[in-house]
Design a protein around this ligand. Structure first.
Ligand SMILES: [Zn+2]
Length: 455
């Protein structure tokens, strides 16, 4: 994992080092805490930074048979780190192996391999360096131009406001509108959540409140919305039917499955139209089976490393949903992500069906995500997009991360992108045209996202 990690040809090395490396990062989807950025959080040790909230690492440790006490339990941080080092040292082929070592090199200057024997020297070195490292420093050093956090419509955006008012941090930290809880009509705490949004007695009022919150978000720089769905629903219903379903829920009854779907379809379509009107990008994430181990979910809550790839997304419903917005020319710029890589070819073809001259790459197939965020997953996603769509218009990588160290994932993506493009040039599938190659690499790494999100 040296300077030319993953770069096996002259073209790949040239494109990566000379074109990709200097470009800034737009992280248009992450889960960083704006409060921690505002307060410029510091970390006492590497365990806090690495294992504090990273369910990817927790999952790998469980797989290696590590006791939960050393993962999310009460073991001392140094002992947790030892278990992590021992686990990671054998994680051949795992992106966690690659990411962790890229992070050690770029953030701490450590170039050897982490294992049970080197854990002590890594612990000492990194904890010493952490005294001079903070959340803002990690973001700024990664050359991030803007990042979009993930926020509930009921959020006050207090920390975004403070960050915007504080001129000392040169990176734009913008909120993203994620109304999953407003769509979660089947959830037991739905009535409580509605109270957080305001006085809501009808579906029409819910919609008005959400639109008002969206305008508030936009006034704080929001450029993008995000929806986490099992699948994209399409079950049309009349206004009266949707109102009746909503009233049923207000009366304490959980609507039937088909009614839930009708409600979600109506709310998503209404929000989609509003995104279109306001120029907001709509992200649709689906294909996830959440909280598979209910035992772990009960103990630790969501995002604890016990999710999985869900069933295939119904492409017919997705297409009908997009068409319902497209019919009246109210389809917003949209990014579609399925967690199931088997959906990708179909998904890219649907994306292709709704392109228009309104914006280059108006619909996007999202970057390889979560369980697919590894070398093979990224190569597959990029190759499918290139084969069936238009790679040059791709908005590229996001971290989707809760960790301030995760900008190494952009480095990982850029290396893989340049290696793939380099291989096509070197085997004669595409000419060694410096101007065109630069345009493609600069576009995918930075410029397309800057244009698409208007940042
Ligand atoms: Zn996310």
């Amino acid at each position: 994992m040296d300077r030319d990690f993953l770069l096996t040809t002259d073209t790949a090395r040239h494109l990566y080092h000379d074109v990709a490396v200097p470009l800034p990062i737009i992280d248009y989807h992450c889960h960083l805490d704006p409060r921690e950025i505002y307060e410029d959080r510091r970390f006492d040790n590497l365990t806090q930074l690495w294992l504090g909230a990273d369910h990817y690492k927790w999952r790998l440790m469980r797989w290696a048979g590590v006791d939960e006490r050393y993962i999310t339990g009460g073991a001392p941080d140094r002992e947790k780190f030892q278990k992590w080092a021992e686990t990671l040292s054998l994680a051949i082929g795992s992106p966690l192996y690659h990411w962790s070592h890229l992070e050690l090199r770029s953030c701490f200057g450590y170039t050897a391999h982490l294992n049970g024997d080197t854990a002590e020297e890594v612990w000492q070195l990194c904890n010493e360096k952490l005294k001079g490292i903070s959340a803002r420093r990690l973001i700024a050093d990664a050359n991030v131009k803007a990042l979009c956090t993930t926020d509930d419509p009921a959020d006050s955006l207090e920390w975004h406001e403070k960050l915007a008012a504080d001129g000392s941090f040169g990176v734009r930290v913008l909120p993203s509108f994620r109304p999953d809880r407003a769509l979660g009509i089947e959830k037991p705490d739905y009535p409580d959540y509605l109270k957080r949004l305001g006085q809501i007695g009808s579906f029409a009022q819910l919609l008005e409140v959400l639109k008002e919150r969206l305008r508030f978000f936009v006034s704080h720089g929001c450029r993008v919305a995000d929806h986490g769905l099992e699948s994209v629903p399409y079950a049309p219903a009349t206004e009266a039917e949707v109102e009746a379903i909503f009233r049923k829920r207000l009366a304490g009854e959980i609507p039937a499955a088909q009614e839930q779907k009708q409600f979600k379809t109506a709310l998503l379509l209404a929000l989609g139209r509003e995104y279109h009107r306001l120029g907001i990008v709509m992200q649709l994430h689906f294909g996830v089976q959440r909280n598979c181990s209910q035992r772990v979910f009960r103990a630790l809550g969501p995002d604890a490393g016990v999710d999985a790839i869900g069933d295939r997304a119904p492409i017919g419903e997705l297409s009908a949903f997009l068409n319902a917005l497209d019919e009246t020319d109210e389809l917003p710029k949209s990014i579609l992500y399925s967690l199931d890589p088997n959906d990708d070819a179909a998904l890219v073809s649907v994306v292709g069906a709704f392109q228009s001259g309104a914006a280059p790459g108006k619909l996007q197939h999202g970057s390889a995500w979560w369980f697919n965020e590894h070398k093979k997953g990224m190569l597959d996603q990029l190759a499918t997009l290139a084969a069936e769509g238009y790679l040059a218009g791709f908005v590229g990588m996001l971290t989707d991360s809760r960790s301030f160290l995760s900008y190494a994932r952009h480095e990982y993506f850029r290396r893989i992108l340049c290696e793939l493009i380099g291989s096509w040039v070197e085997n004669g599938e595409y000419p060694n045209d410096e101007k065109a190659l630069r345009a493609i690499v600069e576009g995918v790494c930075f410029r397309n996202a800057a244009r698409y999100f208007e940042l």
